[in-house]
Design a protein around this ligand. Sequence first.
Ligand SMILES: [Mn+2]
Length: 307
Amino acid sequence: MPIDFIGDIHGHAGVLKTLLSDLGYQKRNQRWTHTEATLVFLGDLIDRGPEQRETVEVVRELCDSGLALCLTGNHEFNAVGFTTERPDAPGQFVRSHTDNHIRQHEAFLEAYANDRSGYDETLAWFSQLPLWFETSNVRAVHACWHTPSQTKLNHLLDDQHRPQNRSFFNETGIPGSEAWQAREVLLNGMEAKLPDDVAFTDYYGITRRRIRVNWWSPGQTTFRQAAVIDETQRHVIPDLQMEEDSPAYNDTLCFFGHYWMRGAPRIQHPRAVCLDYSIALPDGALCAYRFNGEADANQDGLRWRGH
Ligand SMILES: [Mn+2]
């Protein structure tokens, strides 16, 4: 049976419903049906967009119908972390309540402002979403497939890669801990620190000392080559040699989201396919891939919808 993978939705329920209809999913008598495919969502259902609660409801209905599985994204982790006190720092939260973090999460909080039990129940659902999906011929994760990080988290997860209990959020919420680093890699992607005394100024004028590492393309040996960044901004990254080359994924076909790709969706690598095409932006798209068991992804498998 084919599997449809769907990238980051960020509160755009209307576009999601259109794409689901394109893919042949129908809601009849309160129940979603499809005769020949199932779904895996790659996480980041919430934040940024206008219909966050509705997005969660649609995805949950599909999961409850037995048609879909939803992975956790960094935004679902952060939603749970926003209410989880840090065991190493009582009174502080795993997702700190800085002005910036509150602003990013405000619309989600607002959507549940008069419904405490709906909010609690949604966070409970988020807190049991799996961190990755794996069969013998396909894989999926929100940001980065990285076996060493998965191994480090295994003792906190059940056999379907779901947090066993709150200890997952406690342990992965201690900044700098081994579990924290492993969770960061899977949900936020790999980063590399520039040499001491080296920094660059990003598009928004923020001084940065780290880059997001492209973990899928081969042949990247400098920070400039390995950075995941809009092509128009690549020149601002120092063209210095990295200590280690970036990983160059070449294993079982893996789908992921997270990276805010721009332009028309395209297969950038036959085994590592990003399905996040920035639906949160006015010219972005919500992107899916219909997987039929092939070893390498092809352009014909991509489906998408814009605003
Ligand atoms: Mn993300």
